[in-house]
Design a protein. Structure first.
Length: 302
């Protein structure tokens, strides 16, 4: 039994005759008659009682007609769903985003444009630091990530530059640094700093350390936070000051003042979009195409 035969059978039932059905399905009457006969032989039962005034369904024919309509409808829905999956207009995409950048206009704009273009794709967004994102990308539990990377990118991942970032100073609003902001890093030599753990984002951590070594600046770290949101909370509580990605200022927190310094502006912190090239998800392909349609920030190559 073939779907084509079921389609012909339904047409004969609904049109009431072979001749009318042949016009509907654009098949010659002899060929249509043969297909109905083959269907009956395959099912080993009569589907129609044939008489001079036309054709009437048997009990078996009536049962097949009811089932055939459902089968053909399910086939249509399945084909439409598979086509939509193949085009990436439905499905799911899991995306990691560094905690600091969830509110950055470039990232928010990318998510918004993707949602506008593919409203039926389910977005799973995980706020993750760069280190955990890399781990999940490598193990295949994350489709794509927005994170800090070296320009060369890690082996096994494809990358596109998404945004330039730099560093900024965060100080408690009630501190002397808020009342009289420092002009240079050396003024902070005796300040208490809140810092992050290297394991959370090794590339980000090492880039900052290398920049400070070039400047011969050695912050006095007295507190540690698990991520930038935790660090900002500790700064707001007056536990110290912190140096963070400038994107942190896109999500202002009560009790914090952000201060720009030339030495921090000079530390480039490129943000990358990354994915595994062996991930064949059409929904992910559409997200990659959207990222690639943006103009790369000046001064950086993919």
């Amino acid at each position: 039994m073939e779907f084509r035969q079921l389609h012909y059978f339904v047409a004969v039932v609904e049109e009431g005759s072979i001749s009318a059905a042949s016009r509907r399905v654009h098949v010659a009457q002899p060929a249509l008659t043969r297909q109905i006969r083959l269907l009956e032989e395959d099912l080993e039962t009569r589907l129609f009682d044939r008489h001079a005034r036309g054709m009437r369904l048997t009990v078996a024919g009536q049962a097949l007609y009811e089932e055939a309509q459902e089968l053909l409808d399910r086939r249509t829905r399945l084909r439409a769903r598979l086509s939509a999956l193949g085009q990436g207009v439905i499905g799911k995409v899991s995306l990691g985003v560094t905690v600091t950048h969830l509110w950055v206009p470039e990232v928010a704009g990318l998510l918004g444009r993707y949602r506008d273009r593919y409203p039926q794709v389910a977005f799973e967004v995980f706020p993750l630091l760069s280190g955990p994102q890399l781990d999940r990308l490598r193990e295949g539990s994350l489709d794509a990530g927005i994170l800090y990377l070296d320009e060369s990118g890690p082996p096994g991942l494809e990358t596109r530059l998404l945004q330039h970032d730099h560093l900024i100073l965060a100080v408690p609003e009630a501190s002397r640094w808020a009342r009289k902001p420092p002009a240079t890093l050396p003024e902070l030599a005796d300040a208490d700093f809140v810092w992050g753990f290297r394991s959370a984002s090794p590339i980000y951590f090492d880039r900052i350390q290398a920049h400070f070594q070039r400047l011969d600046f050695h912050p006095r770290v007295v507190q540690y936070g698990a991520d930038n949101i935790a660090i900002l909370s500790m700064v707001a509580a007056g536990l110290g000051i912190a140096i963070l990605p400038a994107a942190s200022s896109c999500h202002p927190m009560p009790g914090i003042r952000f201060v720009s310094l030339p030495e921090l502006d000079a530390c480039a912190m490129p943000l990358w979009f990354a994915w595994r090239p062996d991930n064949d998800s059409p929904a992910l392909d559409n997200l990659i195409a959207l990222v690639e349609s943006f103009d790369a920030p000046a001064g950086m190559a993919d």
